[in-house]
Design a protein around this ligand. Structure first.
Ligand SMILES: *[C@@H]1O[C@H](CO)[C@@H](O)[C@H](O)[C@H]1NC(C)=O
Ligand SMILES: *[C@@H]1O[C@H](CO)[C@@H](O)[C@H](O)[C@H]1NC(C)=O
Ligand SMILES: *[C@@H]1O[C@H](CO)[C@@H](O)[C@H](O)[C@H]1NC(C)=O
Ligand SMILES: CC(=O)N[C@H]1CO[C@H](CO)[C@@H](O)[C@@H]1O
Length: 394
């Protein structure tokens, strides 16, 4: 996955020094809003434990052992906490549908064992002509080879049947990372322009097919360094509205997911120089910037924000750096205490330790392969909320 931050917003350079404070205007819009078909305003993450994926925990055993071998015992001990943190399960092709069955079985077990209701995070990621701008994460389906029909019948249909049947669990599903972001900014890329209608139809179909009380949908909204520029915010909201309309009357989503697989901090302590012309200079501010544009179009302004990996201050020269960025650490542990009323939860969507590709930090393996040196670094630089014992991730 790659991104091309658009600099359209440079025209707004004169007005950028102050971060937007949207709360008052936002509330006003809410009151005047006509009844729209959105879910009841209940945060689905509240009171639930994010499902911790045992397959990911197993990969981290290697990290634990490596740190012990290096005599870094206290860092190694953090791995034990990390292994219990909820991460999303990626379902990125038809074969990956089996991951849903596994997650359901394991989440039920955890629910029975702990008595804590689980929320299972899933990523739905298999659009035809996937990753149209970069081609780094091209998928199994092509619109030229009947991909949209296959997507609907052999991917979305069984996907929906599986989650709908597990009424004893709650699901948060992130829809198609990067896809609509590409339609907002990369229509100059011929393959993206060609894929646009397929993307819209595919996501609309997924939304319409996943309307269940125990399922909460978050459309991917890229990240602050991509769609967060003033010039891109209204275009992004318009694109989301169009797709939701295409899903049909009364079809609802819970909100939007941002920074999936990225490195942007949630609440940056240090503002990076490359963000200087943007109001969306960290992901909390991005959610705040996008909110009035969503509400204007009757879209639900609720966010989940991926903090599975966060770069340390100064790690990137440009916002566009996306590959095994170093130094980085595990971000704040998932929590519904977000200091931002539009943010449902901080979540971990990208499982840290899986390589972004053969780029970035030296020695990186192919995309998706385990990169243990990277995982060790994430542990060493982890946000303290990850390993401080009395901060139970919730
Ligand atoms: C391991 O660390 C401990 C505590 O810092 C130290 O006392 C010990 O000498 C170290 N052992 C090795 C083999 O480096
Ligand atoms: C931003 O640029 C200034 C001036 O070049 C530099 O002193 C500062 O360290 C930079 N900040 C970061 C976060 O890189
Ligand atoms: C919320 O604010 C408190 C107090 O400033 C801070 O300790 C905490 O880390 C913040 N939470 C997040 C998720 O940023
Ligand atoms: C959904 C999304 O925006 N994903 C992006 C997350 O950040 C990385 C790094 O910048 C990008 O490559 C992804 O496209």
């Amino acid at each position: 996955m790659k991104l091309f931050p658009m600099l359209a917003a440079l025209t707004a350079a004169g007005t950028v020094s102050v971060a937007p404070s949207s709360s008052s205007s936002t509330k006003k819009i809410r009151q005047e809003e006509p009844a729209v078909p959105v879910a009841a305003d209940i945060n689905p993450f509240a009171g639930k434990t994010p499902f911790a994926n045992p397959a990911w925990a197993a990969k981290l055993e290697q990290t634990y052992n490596a740190l012990v071998a290096k005599n870094q015992t206290s860092v190694a001990n953090r791995v034990r906490k990390v292994q219990k943190i909820g991460t999303f399960v990626w379902v990125a092709d038809r074969a990956g549908l089996a991951n849903i069955d596994t997650a359901i079985a394991q989440a039920r077990e955890a629910q029975k064992k702990t008595g804590q209701p689980q929320i299972v995070g899933l990523v739905l990621y298999n659009l035809p002509d996937r990753d149209c701008s970069a081609g780094e994460s091209a998928g199994e389906l092509s619109s030229a080879a009947n991909g949209l029909e296959i997507y609907k019948n052999e991917f979305i249909k069984p996907y929906a049947e599986k989650v709908a049947a597990a009424t004893d669990l709650t699901f948060a599903i992130v829809l198609e990372p990067d896809s609509l972001g590409n339609l907002v900014t990369n229509m100059g890329v011929e393959f993206c322009a060609q894929a646009a209608d397929t993307y819209r139809a595919g996501i609309a179909h997924a939304i319409a097919s996943l309307q269940y009380d125990n399922v909460h949908l978050y459309i991917d909204a890229a990240h602050g360094g991509w769609l967060g520029w003033d010039g891109n915010l209204p275009k992004a909201a318009a694109e989301f509205a169009e797709v939701l309309k295409l899903a049909g009357p009364g079809k609802k989503i819970r909100g939007f997911a941002t920074n999936v697989s990225n490195y942007n901090p949630y609440a940056a302590l240090v503002r990076e120089n490359y963000t200087q012309w943007s109001h969306s200079w960290d992901e909390s501010n991005y959610a705040t910037s996008l909110t009035p544009h969503l509400e204007e179009l009757g879209l639900p302004a609720h966010f989940i924000i991926d903090q599975g990996r966060v770069h340390l201050p100064g790690a990137r020269k440009e916002w566009g750096e996306w590959c095994n960025v170093a130094p980085a650490g595990f971000g704040p542990a998932p929590t519904t205490v977000t200091n931002n009323t539009v943010v449902d939860s901080i979540v971990w969507i990208k499982p840290g330790g899986e390589s972004d590709g053969q780029c970035g930090m030296t020695g990186a393996p192919r995309a998706g392969q385990w990169f243990d040196e990277y995982a060790q670094m994430l542990v060493a630089n982890a946000d303290p909320s990850v390993y401080k014992s009395n901060c139970s991730p919730k």
